[in-house]
Design a protein around this ligand. Structure first.
Ligand code: ADE
Length: 349
């Protein structure tokens, strides 16, 4: 049996399984293209159960593309707070503005046009095209990759872009249209999320494709997909300052480019410094700190960087004008501070 024949045989079985096992989720069942888009962007880095309350709140405040295009960046980031990877929210808004200006507020239906919008890559374009418009377009995420590489027992590296391209091409030639296109996209993801689980966790006894699965036949399902070692994260040590003057805390905005672009943060400097070194440094900067005390350590993993942070509470006699000063409740209400700083935002609250 060729790989295409194997997958072609699997598709109707998967559709039948998914019709029965489909979990009810708020973005399912006749969703608008906008609902599919927002949910798929949220689900890229967030688990389904975690995303649901964010999704509901987001859609209530921003029910359509127009509303998303018009909301202030500050409020948008506040709605996104807790989901992380804020560039997703910013791209969502950039794309919404293009959709309003160039498409009269309605998302285009072809994967090709969707892919031109900010923040929409092959995966999201395929997901919107198939889920919302019934186009024969696959959407290959990590779950779908695992399902297909096991079904065909291919040892291609799941982290190589060529592997995803191969799986996408193979599926595209076999994709149904209309309602079945949506069911297939969803069903492949659902199988990967609930049954065809990574490593030893896999539940082949519950799998509608078990009899067709070459990895299972060969007893290698737990070893697939093959993944090359990702590059280790670069470690950065940072000293984080929590400046307090009266009842107001100081924050500042990050640069518009790079990690956490444009987000608010507590002032911080590269390297670990002791309380004495920090006090001396701030005195040289003209802060005249009244005291500098250790205020907790934290660690945060980004995709390519790990921050190890050491915090200091810095009591200031006056508000340094280069910083933005806010009370604890203003911080909580008005500013999205990245979760990298959660240890301190929680303390402040
Ligand atoms: N993961 C990402 N998008 C999904 C969807 N639409 N259904 C199930 N799992 C998903």
């Amino acid at each position: 049996m060729t790989e295409a024949e194997r997958i072609g045989t699997a598709i109707p079985r998967l559709l039948a399984w998914h019709r029965v096992n489909r979990r009810p989720l708020p973005w399912r069942g006749q969703p608008t293209p906008y609902a599919v888009w927002v949910s798929e962007i949220m689900l890229q880095q967030t688990r389904i159960e975690a995303a649901v309350p964010f999704y509901l709140r987001f859609m209530e405040r921003l029910p359509d593309v127009q509303a998303l295009a018009e909301i202030s960046q500050e409020e948008l980031l506040k709605l996104w707070e807790g989901l992380g990877y804020y560039s997703r929210a910013r791209n969502l808004q950039k794309a919404a503005r293009v959709v309003v200006e160039e498409y009269g507020g309605a998302l285009p239906s072809s994967a090709q046009a969707l892919r031109k919008l900010p923040g929409i890559g092959d995966y999201t374009a395929g997901a919107i095209a198939s889920l919302a418009f019934g186009q024969p377009e696959p959407a290959v995420d990590g779950n779908v990759l695992r399902v297909i590489l096991r079904l065909t027992a291919r040892r291609d590296d799941a982290l190589e872009p060529g592997t995803r391209a191969w799986v996408t091409q193979l599926l595209r030639g076999l994709y149904p249209t209309g309602e079945d296109a949506a069911l297939l996209t969803e069903g492949l993801m659902e199988l990967g999320e609930t049954v065809c689980l990574p490593r030893e966790g896999t539940r082949c006894d519950a799998c509608p494709l078990a009899a067709l699965c070459l990895a299972r036949e060969r007893g290698v399902e737990a070893a697939l997909p093959v993944r090359s070692q990702p590059k280790p994260r670069r470690v950065e040590e940072r000293t984080v300052l929590l400046p307090l003057c009266g009842n107001r805390w100081a924050i500042r905005r990050r640069a518009e480019k790079g990690l956490l672009a444009g987000m608010w943060e507590f002032p911080n400097i590269e390297g670990f410094f002791s309380a004495e070194e920090t006090a001396a440094l701030l005195t040289r900067e003209g802060w005249e700190p009244l005291s500098v005390e250790p205020w907790g350590d934290a660690k945060h993993l980004f995709t390519h960087v790990e921050w190890r942070m050491r915090g200091f509470l810095v009591l200031c006699p006056r508000e340094i004008p280069e910083l933005t000063w806010r009370t604890a409740s203003e911080l909580a209400r008005e500013h999205a501070i990245p979760s990298a700083f959660r240890a301190w935002t929680e303390k402040i609250e």
